[in-house]
Structures are given as structure tokens and as C-alpha cells.
Design a protein around this ligand. Structure first.
Ligand code: NAD
Length: 269
């Protein structure tokens, strides 16, 4: 089996990276950053997001696992003190895989420019640094509402515990192939009206955001942010690709949610 290790870059994460690499090579596993079967991220959830985007072009061939060197991460759920156990488990391959749904974002510029396609593990958000975002929201080809406010967030089920949660969205189990739209401070009065509740769309229901004012705005895909102007549409739906996480012990989603948000401390499992 071929593996790669991506470190957050701090001393602790780099040390763990070196240790894991040496041990796994001693077990006759091959280190390969170009075509790895397994990518180990060492750091936090941000490092795992970075790892995901580094290998987004080969999601059907690469599985991910995260070791956290800071606070317990949602994706990075192995502790440094469990390293030996993890190394032995990896060396005993093949491993089990769980698959989670992803979000596809297609950005179509005005004036017939080339469209951009992105895949998000957590979410995309559309927001502006100045004034309000004004956009038409279409769902399944029908006008749904005209949104005016700070912005919209469209998240995956596994991303529902991230930015979406802070915006008052629901936590969705990743077995539900869906995306969730949450509002950021919508303006609601006698003139402007939005539904005001998070919306959960099933697979094959596409939503399209059509910016109406000519201000520039930000589109964020997980941890990347880019400024845009002159965008015709931003189309979001459940992606055909899935992310594959390597599982060496059971760690059900609701337990993960409990440990991240309720338990308040890191426990041995
Ligand atoms: P960061 O350093 O600002 O960390 C954001 C926090 O989100 C970290 O504590 C991380 O552990 C946590 N996180 C990331 N994915 C998660 C998930 N799926 N479930 C639960 N917690 C999760 O930024 P980063 O590390 O580069 O991560 C980018 C992510 O930060 C974005 O995808 C977005 O979801 C999140 N974010 C959250 C808020 C907020 O909660 N108000 C605001 C902006 C971005």
C-alpha cells in the first residue's frame, strides 16, 4: 500500500509525521505523495481539509485519516498517544472505508467565460465585505426567494457541524445524501423576505444562486476564499464524488458529535 503524510507544519506535527513515515516504511509500506492509497493528515481539521483538496482529483482512489496535534478535531480524531496503535492498524491493511457525501459548486461567469467547478468537504459560502449580498435563489429550476443580507452558506452533512452549525443550521447525518442552505443575517421586513429557516435539499435537487447587484463578493470553498465579480450563477448540488475515510475502529457520527460538542474533554475510545 502507498501512503502519504501531510503535516500542519509545526514541530509536534512534523515529528509525528517523521515517526509515522519511518515506522510505516519499516512495515514495507511505500511512501508515495503522487498516488497514495491512504493520506494521513497530522494537525487539525484545517490540515485534513488541505489534504482533501490536495488529492481531490483522485477521491475514488485515496482514503483519508486524521491525527490531531491540537484540540480534538472532527475529522482529525486520532490522538498522538494512540500513534503506535494506529501505525499497527495501518500496517495490517486492507482497511475499512466509510464514505461521506460532498458538495459540487459550479461558478458560471457572465459574458460566456469558462466555468469553474469545485468540490467542498465542508461548505461553500457566498458573502460580501461591503454592504449586503443580493441574490436570487432558485431551487430545482424554480425561483424560491430573493436573498438580501450577509450571505448564504451551503454545506455538506459532515460540514454541518462546522460553519453551518454556527449559523444555526441542523446537524445532518452523512448517510443522508443532501446539502443544507443556511442564511447569514438576512434582511427581513415588509420589502425583503426570505424563508428564514435552514433548507435541506436531497440528492439531485440543485440550487442556483444568481447575484443581482454588481458588488464584488467572496466565495469560500472550505478554507479557500476568492473574490468574484460578474458571476452569472453559482450552482450547488450533492457531488457525484464521495470522500473516503479510513476507519480502523468504530467511531459513529453521533459519538463524534457528542465528543466534539458535548463531552468537553478528550476521552479514550
Ligand atoms: P479555522 O482555523 O478558522 O478553524 C475552524 C474550526 O472549525 C476549527 O476548530 C476546526 O476544528 C473546525 N471544523 C472544521 N471542519 C469541521 C467540521 N466538519 N465539523 C466540526 N468542526 C469543524 O479554519 P480551518 O481550520 O481552515 O477550517 C475551515 C473551516 O472553518 C471552514 O470549512 C468552516 O466550516 C469553518 N468556519 C467556521 C466558522 C464559524 O464557526 N463561525 C467561520 C468560518 C469558517
Amino acid at each position: 500500500m502507498r501512503f502519504a503524510i501531510l503535516s500542519k507544519g509545526d514541530i509536534t506535527s512534523n515529528d509525528i509525521r517523521t515517526k509515522m513515515k519511518n515506522y510505516l516504511c519499516e512495515f514495507d509500506l511505500e511512501y508515495d505523495e503522487i498516488e497514495p492509497d491512504l493520506v494521513i493528515s497530522v494537525g487539525g481539521d484545517g490540515t485534513l481539509l488541505h489534504a482533501f483538496h490536495s488529492y481531490v482529483h483522485r477521491l475514488n482512489k485515496t482514503a483519508f485519516i486524521g491525527v490531531h496535534t491540537g484540540h480534538l478535531g472532527f475529522y482529525a480524531d486520532w490522538m498522538p498517544k494512540e500513534l503506535e496503535k494506529l501505525i499497527i492498524e495501518i500496517a495490517k491493511t486492507p482497511f475499512q472505508v466509510v464514505e461521506y457525501p460532498l458538495l459540487e459548486i459550479v461558478i458560471q461567469p457572465k459574458n460566456g467565460g469558462e466555468e469553474e467547478r469545485h468540490i467542498a468537504l465542508n461548505e461553500t459560502s457566498v458573502k460580501t465585505p461591503e454592504g449586503s449580498v443580493v441574490l436570487d435563489l432558485e431551487i430545482k429550476g424554480e425561483h424560491f426567494e430573493t436573498f438580501r443580507g450577509d450571505g448564504l452558506c451551503i454545506s455538506t452533512p459532515s460540514g454541518s457541524t462546522a460553519y453551518n452549525k454556527a449559523l444555526g443550521g441542523a446537524i445532518i447525518h452523512p448517510s443522508l445524501e443532501s446539502i443544507q442552505i443556511t442564511e447569514m443575517a438576512s434582511i427581513n421586513n415588509r420589502v425583503f423576505r426570505t424563508v428564514g429557516s435552514p433548507l435541506i435539499l436531497p440528492k439531485h435537487h440543485t440550487c442556483v444562486l444568481k447575484p443581482l447587484n454588481d458588488r464584488s463578493f467572496f466565495i469560500t470553498v472550505d478554507h479557500f476564499t476568492k473574490t468574484y465579480k460578474d458571476v452569472k450563477t453559482i450552482q450547488c448540488r450533492v457531488a457525484r464524488e464521495k470522500v473516503r475515510f479510513a476507519r480502523f475502529r468504530p467511531f459513529p457520527f453521533w459519538k463524534r458529535v457528542h465528543e466534539s460538542f458535548i463531552a468537553g474533554e478528550q476521552r479514550e475510545r
